[in-house]
Ligand binder design. Sequence first.
Ligand SMILES: [Zn+2]
Length: 496
Amino acid sequence: MPTLGDWDEVCMICAICPSGGPYELVDEEDLEDVAGDIAAEVKALLFEGKGRPAAYADSPNDGLPEVLLDQKESSSIPDEELREIVTEALASSFSGADIRRGLPEELPGWLPEGLGAIGPWHMRLTRDCVAIGYFGERSGEAPIRNDGRFPDGQHVETRHVRKYSCGNFYATVRQGTKGALLEENKISVCSIYGIHNYQHHPNFWLCKECYECLYSWMDQENLSDKPFSDRELYEVVHSQFARRSDNFRGLIPGVNYGGIHATIGMHQNHFAPGRRESRSIARGIQAGRRGPDLIPHIMEDFQCWMFMRRDKWPEPTQATSTFSTFEPKNSTEDPLPLIATLPSDVFISITDYLSLQWLLILSTTCQRLRAVITDGSFLRRFVRQSVHFGEYNYVLPATPAELVIANEVAKRWLGESGVEHAGLDPFVHPEFPYPAFISACIRSDSMKNRRRIRGIIEQFKELWRKYRSAGWKVDRFYPPNELAEEFKGQTSSGGI
Ligand SMILES: [Zn+2]
């Protein structure tokens, strides 16, 4: 966290620093510039009839249909006033006397639980991480030859690490004889700023949650009988054409991280650099919200959800526990569209090729189709398939710790549907309210981030698949027989 000469490096999968990420919307020094940009975008959206700015045309689609702003009701707000509204709202997020130095003593009240930093800066709380590479016993550094080559993955060591600073870790955790976790002061150098060869340091780290999700989601696909290992991961990471570099803080070039990399400066303290557009802010201003009431809109446009914990499954509420079906009027007079006259198994087979979004779009084409598609049993079967085998598979728990949390929430969803005894796996219960649950997941910040991380792991899986089929893209390694004995750690086969 922020002290002079200090910097953040980020997890290779989720692109979040070990302290959890930002705790402020915007750096006070950037306040005027950011407010000016937002005010200009809001003006374009509300008063000039312009749609999405060209700069965001290729931004990732969140999977939901665009909601267009109702522009005709807005009466114009003068430029200066608009700018003041935005500045005031952003400034209302500042907290603590130390804000000038960017060091709040406490996390601000608007930061929801599970989002961003896991503690105020002075407590230096960090998530547990997993370091992979060659550490030796003394200095924690990997052996690199003068020509810049480093050992292949054969003898990599996997460590459960804590006490992070600038990409390095100062404590290793191991299981004691009685099951307790013991912390040892042992350095593991993982920083992208390699000590011997600039940018050539091969050790890397991931947060523990990402490490566990990576293995779980890799295995689920059952692509090969041979299990994926840390040794392979190390070689996949280091044999790409483009190296991991300091200006990406250790991320893999070419992997799409969903725009979060923009938040990585010297420190990952502010959400503002990850902002995508000002649509929600425009809607908030149009609805008359001002000051702190605009913060939720700002958070939406700043894509703060990219830092939300990935294991907060949405709770059932009155608002989400029902899904309204549609009964067409005059159904006997309305002729059936050709597609709805198909035998039901053929119709179901065709719809299996559609995503839920496209199915719902299809349902808007006519009343009869709407009634067929929103029929309770049809929709539940469709969404159930998507959860267990398709596009919503990411909402299922991936690790033992997640299983405990997710099953508790799933039982509450079943309880809302009147089912008392959910069984061991509530997600497969025939009465599980899939449409309402997925509808809540799509709105959930935690599940949005879960989907982003799943997408990144899919990209890793593709790199791994290519590595398995074609081998190293670039050979940056020297043979294992040249490795000094002191670095030959325990070969890991994945899992710590
Ligand atoms: Zn991570």
